[in-house]
Design a protein. Structure first.
Length: 163
């Protein structure tokens, strides 16, 4: 693990009551971290993210997220029935979050956070990995992404006609 990855791991682990335990969990792949101290998280339905990104291809979604949320970090969790993305946002976002249809997790919520190097399936992974300590998405940029995705979902599908 290089110095930058170690620094980000330590920063994330510090959101746990027992940072050493969080580091051990990261060694196993995923740590359960509490939101509210270092970061909060906005839970984004995959259809909203995919509509904003213009498709579902993981590489294209990652490229879109890097452009739309520069300097931020986003987890993709494709387990279970629902498919979610979690945009890490600054502490205090929950108090001011007013974007309809998308939840900012309440401070103190436990979130499964993959180790920093995990950038592909299986399991939860970083679609947009944190590159430095404090890599957080601007809440307004996340709200803008949601608005774009929700607008895209509300549009009727287009059909191409051939003469």
């Amino acid at each position: 693990m290089n110095h930058a990855t170690r620094a980000v791991t330590d920063w994330l682990a510090a959101s746990h009551d027992a940072p050493a335990q969080a580091r051990r969990e990261f060694d196993a792949g995923i740590a359960l971290l509490r939101t509210g101290t270092r970061f909060e998280a906005v839970r984004l339905p995959a259809p909203v993210v995919h509509a904003a990104a213009g498709g579902e291809d993981p590489d294209a979604v990652a490229a879109y997220l890097a452009d739309a949320l520069p300097g931020g970090a986003v987890i993709h969790d494709a387990y279970g029935v629902g498919v979610w993305y979690y945009a890490l946002v600054p502490p205090g976002t929950y108090t001011h979050w007013r974007t309809p249809g998308v939840e900012c997790l309440r401070p103190g919520t436990w979130l499964g956070v993959p180790r920093v190097e995990r950038t592909a399936r299986p399991g939860p992974y970083w679609s947009l990995p944190p590159r430095a300590v404090g890599s957080l998405c601007a809440a307004q940029a996340v709200a803008d992404l949601v608005a774009l995705g929700q607008h895209g979902l509300s549009q009727p599908p287009t059909s191409e006609r051939t003469p």
